[in-house]
Ligand binder design. Structure first.
Ligand SMILES: Nc1nc(=O)c2c([nH]1)NC[C@@H]1CN(c3ccc(C(=O)N[C@@H](CCC(=O)O)C(=O)O)cc3)C=[N+]21
Length: 294
């Protein structure tokens, strides 16, 4: 039996339809959510990602505020742009597209973002709120990729309550932060965080009900590492040249052979990526909803 597909493209489309209705309800109250982006430099990949975010916004009725700075912008230039977005009332949430050019203190820039406008949900204040406010409803932006993974899995009918989840990779955007969400009472999973220093990765993954593969190592999760019937989410994004077409394509952390043992697998592309983008929109709409309520 081959695994069923955790369809991120279709799920993101459903979420966008839901958000369109919430944006319309906000409009009726005179509030328009606005996503700001700050792009520094002219890396084609980053430009493409930022353009995609604004296309997503247009689809659901969120307005766009674009700040662009040249690659030789100084720390002060970048910080001034962040302050402008913090103070711009049309911008209800924004992101600073990463990576920033060499020589820029990225942490200093990100910490300057108003936590209430943090569309990525990765500001230290917001991560701290998740640590501290564990028994209260969250009223701050959540990290997009972790939230997208949980929504993707739950919206396909997979119950995470009591599940043993093994996370592979300790990167900030996924590995380090997803446990904060998975161990909240409303999700109630048990989480193991593995990384390059883990003595025996297979020993952990073979016992997992759910594997979140976020190592950034192509094909690291092979079929022999997966318990039959497990759910496998592929978060890894590496690039490789397709030997047949000669074109660059995305390669995930999950080996294709996993589909023969898992119950559910997220494709990559078409899985977690579109969900991350949908959650960015959710954060912007929710920020605007909190603003409208206050
Ligand atoms: N402040 C900040 N926030 C980010 O969230 C952020 C960032 N900086 N810098 C770069 C990374 C990358 N990222 C992606 C999100 C979605 C897809 C996505 O939707 N990918 C599609 C297509 C992939 C393809 O074929 O190229 C998919 O997975 O199906 C990809 C990449 C967000 N990032």
């Amino acid at each position: 039996m081959t695994a069923q597909i955790l369809d991120g493209t279709a799920t993101a489309a459903t979420i966008k339809t839901e958000l369109t209705q919430r944006v319309a309800a906000l409009a009726a109250r005179g509030v328009t959510p606005g996503l700001g982006t700050l792009l520094v430099g002219d890396d084609p990949g980053s430009k493409w990602y930022v353009a995609g975010k604004h296309r997503d916004c247009a689809e659901v009725g969120i307005s766009s505020i674009q700040e662009e700075l040249p690659v030789d912008a100084t720390q002060e230039d970048i910080e001034a742009a962040v302050r402008r977005l913090n103070e711009n009332p049309a911008c209800t949430g924004f992101i600073v597209q990463l990576p920033l050019p060499r020589g820029i203190d990225t942490h200093r820039v990100l910490e300057l973002i108003d936590p209430d406008k943090d569309a990525d949900g990765l500001h230290p204040t917001n991560l701290g709120r998740l640590v501290l406010r564990v028994n209260e409803p969250v009223t701050s932006p959540l990290p997009c990729t972790p939230r997208g993974i949980i929504e993707l899995v739950e919206r396909h009918g997979v119950d995470l309550r009591g599940a043993d989840v093994v996370v592979v990779g300790r990167g900030v955007t996924v590995g380090r932060s997803i446990g904060l969400l998975l161990t909240r009472r409303e999700v109630n999973a048990t989480v193991t965080l593995t990384h390059t220093g883990t003595a025996d990765l297979a020993e952990h993954t073979r016992n997992a009900d759910v594997i979140v593969a976020a190592a950034g190592v192509p094909g690291i999760i092979t079929a022999d590492l997966v318990k039959p019937g497990a759910v496998v989410v592929d978060v890894g994004v590496s690039r490789a040249t397709d030997p047949e077409t000669g074109k660059s394509r995305v390669v995930g952390d999950v080996d294709p052979g996993v589909r023969e043992v898992a119950s559910w697998v997220s494709p990559n592309p078409g899985g977690v990526g579109p969900m991350t983008r949908a959650m960015l929109l959710s954060n912007v709409v929710e920020t605007a909803e909190r603003l409208a309520a206050s």
